[in-house]
Design a protein around this ligand. Sequence first.
Ligand code: C5P
Length: 233
Amino acid sequence: MERKIVVALDFESSEQAFELLDRVDSDLCRVKVGKELFTIGGPNLVRQIIDRGFDVFLDLKFHDIPNTVARAVKAASTLGVWMINVHASGGMAMMEQAKEALEPMGSDKPLLIAVTVLTSLLTEDLVQIGVAANPEDQVSKLAFLTQEAGLDGVVCSAAETRLLRSQFPKDFCLVTPGIRRLEDASGDQRRVVGPADAILNGSNFLVVGRPITRAEEPNEVLKEFNSAVASFR
Ligand code: C5P
């Protein structure tokens, strides 16, 4: 089965993450480790999750000078993760060097994707940091830069997926958070999209956190997400 659902392990302890992992099937999903869990659990936690059979998206959003990011990406790749990301706003040289750092791994290298514009930033926030473009144009611009640097794709909000899919080929990976079924609470996500619509709009992978991690039967909810996604393959 093609695993398109990436479960966000947004937990404050390794124990909580393992409790969830005990209750979901690694054949049915991949998982995302972000800054909170990585800061607590570190590389050993990531290795243990991989040992349990899960593909890990290490969501650390590296953003620094090219040499530092390249070295960080290389270090992350030695953990055996499936996907890594950087900030596209770190620039072309930073992204190119990050990609080059993975080349020696050949076909074993993780997917390398970029964050364009954080979805928490509105037009006025961009103006404050000296970016005159509206968020959508800025997202496109940074996605093209990401493609030119040779990366595998971008993280994008469900609202941006359709536009980006019309601008980029199928193999340019779109990874989309903010996914909810009708019956799920949206939480702090402002614009949410259903799993089937996200796939129809052109997402390759859907990041789903609370609807699965807070469910009484996480594996059952995961199966429901998979069914919704499978109907549009
Ligand atoms: O619980 P929920 O499904 O909202 O979790 C979504 C996950 O995707 C979280 O880990 C969140 O940090 C991440 N994310 C997001 N929106 C973005 C980028 C990442 O929700 N624009």
